[in-house]
Ligand binder design. Structure first.
Ligand code: K7E
Ligand code: CA
Length: 615
């Protein structure tokens, strides 16, 4: 941390805000409509893009929204912004029975609270391949994989040796073999009694950049660093992954974490990581291979100084630049990725990879792209979306402070309501960024909706970005609290999504109804075919262990059956051909109705049977 002198951005001072404050208020001064339309790109054909999706029509994009501390993922149709579906992930969810069935409990392993921040799709050659989604759990340090064909979680990996699993990004090229996840919180490694001397010594707390095998959903290795690892990105060449760090100070209080004027963008060199693994240059802790990525001890990592407590890092769709948001600095830092090879080789200094430090506004957090050379950055304190031109920012940087004074890179500033976190444009995390729609995920909705009490929804604002100006078109409330989203062209997802599962993928799929007793364990195998359960009654003795396995034999699209057992707190839903099971103790005697919860038939209410627990 000795190269402070080489960092030029600290000279920037807050007087510059005056310039952008003017721009922000000027956002109300619209260009003449004709001029605006004349500038808009092909596709809009002089017409405003409409977010209306009329009855019977479908949205153009699948939006995958993380659900924050709700622990789930939501599917939002874009541009209508309708919530179309929820995928339970780290939470308990009675609509489907997630966290209630044996199948989901096996994945959750007793942890049904979570905190999802970053959802991304699996890639092939820089574009989504429609196979998987991956999402982090910051609460319990997990990564879940969702198979897109069923839109269901099929694997959950608990990542050892980390806390605050935060930034997550899949490999983009040539395809997603690896997924990286960062640990935002530094901890002792290992964080247990064998290392208790470190508990009271924050200098012995470390961050980890974890590499996960996407198919096996197993940890490949972890790269240990002194810093914390916040947001994550991968390049478009399959050579580098990176993380922003805001706590290079190893602070444990806010003031300590803010002590330095700069922190780092840490870049991880995948070729060197593979070589180090092959050469056995690791230690194994909790079953995981840990490589040393600490400064001065490693050639696996490169540290690019960025100001100050940076947050998001996003890669431009042309693969050329990483844009780091300053958060506490009113700037972004633009890193030219083609310079990384030389920096790793020691031919240039890490800071020589920086090609611009444009002024953006107060509290820049995340950046997205329109695929036409512009970046759009979310600015938390100002509550704005700032559109700026990357080439102009780089050009102005060459001209020095004088050229930068007038902020020639800034194209437009849109006020949003209020306090934006992530920002995302359609297809922006792919090389096919199409610059059509922008979503601003605002943390605070305040007065935008009817009052629903102390806990209010978030406010996701949709804007048309086909023209030069950002045109805000729609407000959409979302339940607490998505952090991030991706918006994927419909045709990349829809052909992969199935209406019904393969019945015999589930090893216990039921074709014949039966009740079997082994000692005090009663196993019930049952079909469901609206409006009939395969059995009319099931008997058990008080104290028995009961396993109920049900398969839905209705092949009709969208014909789901629910299975609920009165007074037994059991409730789950089966889509066409799905099999789910529950195991519980028959600890209450009496007659209990098992009934269908999911309206299935004119005789849905009659779709019920008795569960008789004898004494
Ligand atoms: Cu900025 Cu967790 Cu992506 Cu929240 S993080 S906003
Ligand atoms: Ca810091």
């Amino acid at each position: 941390m000795s190269d402070k002198k080489s960092i030029k951005f600290n000279r920037r001072n807050f007087l510059k805000f005056a310039g952008v404050a003017g721009l922000a208020t000027g956002a109300g001064v619209m260009l003449p409509k004709d001029a605006l339309m004349a500038r808009s790109e092909k596709g809009s054909k002089g017409k405003k893009m409409s977010f209306d999706v009329h009855p019977g029509q479908l949205d153009d994009y699948y939006g995958f929204w993380s659900g924050g501390h709700s622990g789930e993922i939501r599917i939002i149709g874009v541009p209508s912004m309708r919530e179309i579906h929820r995928i339970p992930v780290f939470n308990k969810e009675c609509g489907s029975g997630w966290g209630i069935t044996n199948e989901s409990k096996k994945l959750l392993r007793g942890k049904d609270a979570g905190d999802t921040h970053h959802v991304h799709g699996s890639y092939k050659d820089g574009v989504y391949d429609g196979k998987y989604l991956f999402v982090n759990d910051k609460l319990n340090n997990r990564v879940a994989r969702i198979r897109i064909d069923y839109m269901e979680v099929d694997r959950i990996l608990e990542v050892p040796n980390i806390q605050g699993a935060h930034g997550l990004f899949p490999q983009r090229y040539p395809k997603t073999d690896w997924v990286v996840v960062n640990s935002e919180f530094q901890t002792p490694v290992p964080n247990n009694a064998s290392n208790s001397a470190a508990f009271n010594n924050p200098q012995e707390y470390y961050g980890m950049h974890t590499i996960i095998d996407a198919e096996r959903m197993a940890v490949v290795c972890q790269i240990q660093v002194d810093e914390n690892c916040d947001l994550a990105a991968t390049d478009y060449k399959g050579k580098y992954s990176m993380c922003t760090s805001y706590n290079i100070e190893k602070g444990v209080t806010i003031s300590e974490m803010l002590a330095s004027d700069f922190d780092y963008l840490i870049v991880f060199n995948w070729e060197r990581i593979r070589k180090a693994m092959a050469a056995g240059k690791y230690k194994t802790i909790n079953g995981v291979k840990i490589l040393d990525g600490r400064m001065g001890k490693s050639d696996l990592t490169l540290r690019i100084p960025v100001p100050k407590n940076p947050h998001g890092v996003n890669i431009s769709p042309d693969g050329k630049y990483a844009v780091c948001c300053g958060k506490v600095s009113p700037t972004t830092t633009v890193v030219e990725l083609d310079r990384l090879d030389d920096a790793f080789a020691g031919k240039i200094k890490p800071e020589d990879c920086i090609v611009a430090n444009p002024f953006i506004g107060l509290g820049p957090l995340h950046t997205t792209f329109d695929g036409r050379g512009n970046a759009i950055t979310s600015v938390f304190i100002d509550s704005t979306n700032v559109k700026w031109n990357i080439a102009k920012a780089i050009e102005a940087e060459k001209g020095g402070e004088e050229a930068k004074k007038s902020n020639p890179h800034i194209v437009d500033v849109l006020d949003v309501h209020y306090q934006v976190g992530h920002i995302m444009a359609t297809m922006a995390e792919t090389k096919e960024a199409d610059g059509k729609w922008l979503v601003s995920l605002n943390k605070i909705s305040k007065d935008r909706y009817i009052n629903v009490g102390p806990l209010k929804p978030e406010n996701d604002q949709l804007s048309d970005i086909t023209g030069e100006k950002i045109r805000h078109v729609h407000d959409s409330p979302t339940y607490i609290e998505p952090h991030d989203c991706i918006m994927v062209r419909r045709e990349l997802i829809e052909p992969h999504v199935k209406h019904r599962v393969e019945m015999f993928e589930h090893p216990l799929a039921v074709t014949k109804n039966s009740v079997e007793r082994k000692g005090n364990h009663v196993t019930v195998r049952m079909t469901a075919n609206a409006p009939l359960f395969g059995l009319q009654e099931v008997r058990a003795k008080k104290g028995d262990k009961v396993t109920l396995i049900v398969t839905n034999h209705d092949e009709i699209v969208d014909l789901s059956n629910g299975v609920a057992i009165s007074n037994y707190n059991i409730n789950f839903v089966l889509g066409p051909f799905q099999t789910k099971s529950v195991t519980f103790k028959a600890d209450k005697e009496g007659v209990f109705w098992i009934y269908c919860t999911n309206f299935c038939h004119a005789l849905h209410l009659e779709m019920r049977m008795r569960f008789i627990v004898e004494v």
